[in-house]
Design a protein around this ligand. Structure first.
Ligand code: SF4
Length: 379
């Protein structure tokens, strides 16, 4: 009997090591796209994007996009909300009224090497200038990606000495750049040194890797950091398209390992500045055990005018979401005031009138309701 020829559908499966590489965070960083030619090879760039990418390459804020995050971009649609966050635009070269190089006055508030203090009880430690992806709206575009890399030990020692000498500092936010773009040993050493300061209650890791490089949240990293709890993770999802299977799994790994995960969303024009998009994002985050913490008015960073909305847009969106979204899914809307004067929470105006012992409030349905104060009690 003649035997049928063997049909091999996948004659030469790739070696396991090779197949796994895109799942390796170091591979992702090594293969990040950092040039206009790289972006043009992956996406059909518009003239404005190409000009922006060439400008970024030569003089501006550099380019870096992990293959993972690039894979979320629509190849043909320049309006893609992921693409607009990571592909430069020629308008980054424009300066508009109110633009600042250092909108939060961090240079003026630097109290020790790489340590910024704007409030009495907390400090910001700028541990590195590297990130997996350079976001085009970044508040720290003045220093992010400028080649310094991780903070040298002697500078770190100076920053830690300051925290030790100021027991009123209870909260240390480790940021950068992205601290989780550093090697595991280095970040664990740094966090361990902060944790050894007895007056520090909480340490926060400000990181976008759950969004841009979710494979960085490895078992090895979690095992290295767990001894330093309470350790909070402040992450940064801006659009529901970023809630992929991989990023949700990264959030689950963090939550399972006992890290409270909070999210800061930046309100970005043409990306997420509508109530339906933000509702979808905030609901998705809560399902992933991530608390929507802040909706941030975009800081007036030089070259981001095309990505910013008027303040009134955020207030309008918050007005729409109030009452429609459960309280745990509703972040505070915050304007971080220019020159480092501090964060101001903003709310639509729900107080319609105030008189002697009586306040008229507007509910989320638009009804007017009086709240009557209790009588003044005799002492
Ligand atoms: S990850 Fe954070 S620090 Fe890095 S470019 Fe994006 S917003 Fe800036």
């Amino acid at each position: 009997m003649a035997t049928a020829p063997l049909i091999t559908l996948n004659p030469r499966p790739k070696p396991l090591k090779e197949r796994r590489r895109p799942q390796d965070w170091r591979w992702q960083i090594r293969h990040a796209v950092t040039s206009s030619a790289g972006l043009a090879g992956a996406l059909r760039l518009t003239e404005r994007e190409l000009e922006g990418a060439r400008r970024a390459e030569s003089a501006g804020f550099p380019i870096s996009v992990t293959p993972y995050y690039l894979g979320l971009c629509d190849r043909d649609d320049p309006e893609c909300p992921i693409r607009k966050q990571c592909v430069p635009d020629a308008r980054e070269g424009e300066t508009i009224a109110g633009d600042l190089v250092d909108p939060l006055g961090e240079v003026a508030h630097e109290v020790a090497p790489g340590l910024v203090q704007r409030y009495p009880d907390r400090v910001l430690l700028l541990a590195t200038d590297r990130c997996a992806v350079y976001c085009r709206f970044c508040t720290r575009s003045r220093m992010v990606g400028n080649g310094g890399g991780a903070m040298p030990d002697e500078r770190l020692a100076g920053a830690l000495a300051y925290v030790r000498a100021h027991p009123e500092i209870r909260d240390v936010i480790v940021s950068g750049g992205d601290p989780l773009a550093m090697g595991t040993e280095r970040i664990a050493r740094l966090v361990g040194a902060v944790r050894a300061i007895p007056t520090v209650d909480t340490i926060r890791l400000a990181t976008r890797v759950p969004v841009t490089l979710p494979m960085r949240i490895t078992g090895e990293l979690l095992r290295a950091l767990r001894p330093f709890h309470p350790l909070w993770v402040m992450t940064h999802f801006n659009h529901p398209k970023e809630l992929t299977r991989a990023s949700l799994a990264a959030c689950a790994r963090l939550a399972d390992a006992g890290f409270p995960v909070m999210n800061q969303t930046v309100l970005l024009r043409g990306i997420n500045d509508d109530a339906a998009t933000l509702e979808q994002l905030f609901r998705g985050l809560v399902r992933a055990r991530v608390r929507p913490y802040y909706l941030l008015q975009t800081d007036p960073v030089r070259g981001t005018g095309h990505l910013r909305t008027p303040l009134s847009r955020g207030l309008e969106i918050m007005g729409t979401l109030q009452g429609r979204l459960t309280g745990i899914a509703l972040p505070k809307f915050i304007c971080d005031t220019p020159e480092g004067k501090g964060k101001v929470p903003l709310l639509p105006n729900y107080v319609v009138a105030q008189g002697e012992g009586r306040t008229t409030l507007r509910t989320f349905r638009g009804e007017l309701v009086d709240y009557i104060d209790p009588p003044v009690l005799d002492q």
